[in-house]
Design a protein. Sequence first.
Length: 432
Amino acid sequence: MRRYVRVLALCIVFAIVSVLYVFSNLSSLGTSVAVVGGLAFSRPSSLQSDVGKIARRWPETRGPVDLQDYRQGAGGDTGSPSTPPTRPPPPPSPPERRRRREEEPMHLAVVACGDRQEETLTMLKSVVLLSAGPMSFHVFAEEQLHQGFRDELDSWPSLHRSKFNYTIYPISFPGKHQEEWKKLFKPCASQRLFLPILLKDVDSLLYVDTDILFLRPLEDAWALLSRFNATQLAAASPEHEEPRIAWYNRFARHPYYGTTGVNSGVMLMNLTRIRAALFKNDMTSVGLHWGELLLPLFHKYKLNITWGDQDLINIIFHHNPENLYVFPCHWNFRPDHCIYGSNCDAAKQEGVFILHGNRGVFHDPRQPAFRAIYDAIRKHPLEQDLVSSLLLPLEIKLNQTTHTYCGKVHHLFTQNFGPTLIDLQRSRDQDG
């Protein structure tokens, strides 16, 4: 009998020691222990942390958001739910807007030929929706488009019309090579090469293609001019972020800037500096002024260029890299940044600032995210509420595009655009 008692006592002691050992190991692994029905269950603390993270994530799908949701960054399906969008700086307050309006105007230039009038007007509409001004628009267009531009711009409500003045110019190229210049790439696109020569009284400007939408105020892009150093006289974004799918480094038959070239669809220019500069080149041993450089460069490379005036710009800055300021891709966000997967890191961090619908994607049903934002701005009546009439219907459309790669990151399109519209509408309401 004593033998059984001793054996039982030893078993109890062993069991107690075993339990203490298990508990000490669980504690060292950072687990919590729950006792259910007399049995111990461990739950790693890392799981508790994950539960906390999951609780803070954005929902995987959303319908339209109300104003308060949007202010908290809930601008639809984010595609990266554990990282809420960065809140952009709000638009200038009314006193700041008044001070801005007393300053020199911000100059914006665009070239429109053929069927690009509607695109151009939609681009200008996106500018006046978000920007306080003052602004000066320089529209270069074929003669048959001039009256249409005047009629539309002059019909805009005074709230917006008072922000800008505009000048419409005929398409103009130098010398006897006008037809060659006009047909260099897209209709009339090479006109931008001659802006420093044609706009002699303008110090600086932002040139944009017609297929551009501003998702932040023009003031923000204009502020990039202040980042130029003493030698920089123009600014553009890289043509590609990923060299493995880039065009210039794989196919170009001419010099180009940097690793992947630059895209000239959004281009800041200090025209005063451009007019004064002497540009190094591969044709002469001495520097040439901008106006002296263009025609010889065109004649040398016209059989080797594919993208027209953009290729000439790349050649110029290949030989003069110190003259170019390169801004991030979210200032010129194109289908290439999302159609093969998201590859614009700046947009991932801060959202899209300027949307560039090249390759006709604003009109292409195969790219519904780009088309949705273009159609929303194009159809929006300027006098109507910016949130209920523009932002919320846009969110509904964008949430229907997640079957495409670009649609999966559509939150980047409204990350800045949405809060800016909300702030502007609130300011309108307060001003009465």
